[in-house]
Ligand binder design. Structure first.
Ligand code: BES
Ligand code: MN
Ligand code: ZN
Length: 493
């Protein structure tokens, strides 16, 4: 999908389908549709009949007379102007794009609506909503049912000269961020048969070559030599060997940011095996890794002025005669030990090694992303990512990036009282905390392994894996984290 900014009068746009965005406010709707009617030499029976009111989610198709550059005009509702948000622009653009595709449009032009929101953010949101809504994971489908994939190009159109530079820049940025999100979605949706630690590492290496950052891949022997007992323990039931992926972008600085992503390419639960219903979702248990890899694509292509390290412990969690057992004790990279009470709490075991390893970079900030607990999904559903950490200012900044991108995060407390829930009688810490506060005890476990740095843990179990299709998300992997982190890194000081 190609996104392009186009400076043109609406009636000169050479696109078979044009979308005009309209507010619900009656007087404004009348005025703006009268202008459109004049420009395109048409009437809007849907408006005359009161069928289109400009409400959110509404869309109405008007066919134009032959001889015009355009065949159809989509009227798309934005809701009330005083309640306008960037998210409404994303959703309205998504509605337009999906209708355009269903109508077999070759290209779709989005006319820039009047807005009191920032121009660059408006254009970015429109482009992003349209592109993200058109994602489909169909590379394994040989006989495509839909013959509606003709839609190749989306234009954001304005006739104002002073919009040109801002528009081009915003659309270019949207293209990169959306392609990076597509990559994260593709990685998450790819089955465990094809995506396992070695192939995940290969994908990271290929991307690094393509986008100009470095990738170092540690194999099982090197991981063992480093003393990363969590990674070795979790993968020992699988025939697939583990990998530890290290990505680096930018020049060394005293403001290094480390991103850590959980890379469990399939989570059966191991010996503490999961029920079979819904287990296939666990092919997406590497969504944290996917978010880190996608963010590297975006940051490198946007050439953001940051020094970024990515750490991805990649394993498959399987039951077998060689698998980890409940009761086993592991020794992690920093020398601390953990008692494995449940082999299904594997994510924290591999993240422990990566978080301890992060200290080597003397980072200013470490952010980990992980589909860590079902408890977080119980708490926040699929709407918000659970956030824990040790620095209020950093968390506040992430919260703002979450609101801006609508990849929203919400804090859960790491109060001292929760710490004793993961006390072990035989090791330094136990990997499960019992029935209550499951997302928080997982966060506390991670906290035991962090170094002397500002740290945030994002539990994306609910937001990375979706059960339903939304306006610009699809059932399956959402690619969450890429837009959030890219926005964070663009603005963090
Ligand atoms: N990958 C799962 C968490 C998960 C569950 C992600 C549902 C997405 C959707 C994780 O490894 C896990 O199994 N966690 C256990 C922890 C428990 C054994 C303490 C859980 O949440 O049940
Ligand atoms: Mn698990
Ligand atoms: Zn898991």
């Amino acid at each position: 999908m190609k996104l392009t900014f186009l400076r043109s009068f609406p009636d000169r746009v050479a696109s078979d389908t044009i979308a005009a965005f309209l507010y619900e406010d009656a007087a404004l709707l009348r005025k703006e549709t009268a202008t459109l009617a004049k420009i395109f030499g048409t009437r809007f029976p849907a408006i005359d009949a009161g069928d289109f009111k400009g409400k959110e989610g509404e869309v109405s198709v008007t066919y134009l007379q032959q001889g015009k550059a355009t065949r159809r005009l989509l009227l798309v509702g934005l809701g009330e102007k005083k309640r306008l948000t960037l998210e409404r622009f994303r959703r309205a653009a998504a509605v337009a794009a999906k209708r355009g595709r269903n109508l077999r449009a070759q290209s779709l032009a989005l006319l820039l609506p009047s807005t009191h929101l920032k121009l660059n953010e408006t254009i970015f949101a429109l482009a992003e909503g349209a592109m993200l809504s058109l994602y489909r994971f169909d590379k394994y489908v040989t006989k495509k049912e839909h013959d509606d994939t003709k839609l190749q190009e989306i234009f954001v159109v304005s006739d104002q000269r002073e919009h040109q530079k801002t528009g081009e820049e915003a659309v270019r940025r949207a293209q990169i961020v959306c392609e990076a999100t597509y990559l994260a979605r593709d990685l998450a949706n790819t089955p465990g048969l094809d995506l396992y630690p070695e192939t995940l590492a290969q994908e990271a290496r290929l991307l690094a070559e393509r986008c100009g950052f470095s990738a170092q891949i540690l194999d099982e022997r090197e991981i063992k030599e480093l003393g990363m007992g969590g990674i070795i323990g979790v993968c020992q039931g699988s025939v697939r060997p583990p990998r530890f992926i290290i990505l680096e972008y930018g020049k060394k600085s005293n403001r290094t940011v480390v991103l850590v992503g959980k890379g469990v390419t399939f989570d059966t639960g191991g010996i503490s095996i999961k029920p079979s219903a819904g287990m296939s979702e666990m092919k997406m248990d590497m969504s944290g890794a996917a978010a880190v890899i996608g963010t590297f694509e975006a940051v490198a292509r946007l050439k953001l002025p940051v020094h970024l390290i990515g750490l991805i412990p990649a394993v498959e969690n399987m039951p077998s005669g060689s698998a980890l057992r409940p009761g086993d004790i592991l020794r992690h990279y920093n020398g601390k030990t953990s008692e494995v009470d449940n082999t299904d709490a594997e994510g924290r075991l591999i993240l422990a090694d990566a978080l301890a390893y992060a200290s080597r970079y003397n980072p200013a900030v470490v952010i980990d992303l992980a589909t860590l607990t079902g408890a977080c999904v119980v708490a926040l559903g699929h709407v918000a990512t659970g956030m824990m950490g040790n620095d209020e200012r950093l968390m506040e900044h992430l919260k703002r990036a979450g609101e801006k991108t609508y990849e929203r995060v919400w804090p859960l407390p790491l109060y001292d009282e929760y710490e004793k829930l993961i006390k072990s009688d035989v090791a330094d810490v136990k990997n499960v905390g019992g029935r209550w506060a499951g997302a928080i005890t997982a966060g506390w476990f991670l906290r035991k392994f962090i170094g002397d740095y500002k740290w945030v843990h994002l539990d994306i179990a609910g937001t990375a894996i979706l059960e339903e299709t939304g306006d610009y998300t699809q059932k399956g992997g959402s690619g969450v984290g890429v837009r959030l982190l890219t926005e964070f890194l663009r603005t963090w000081k």
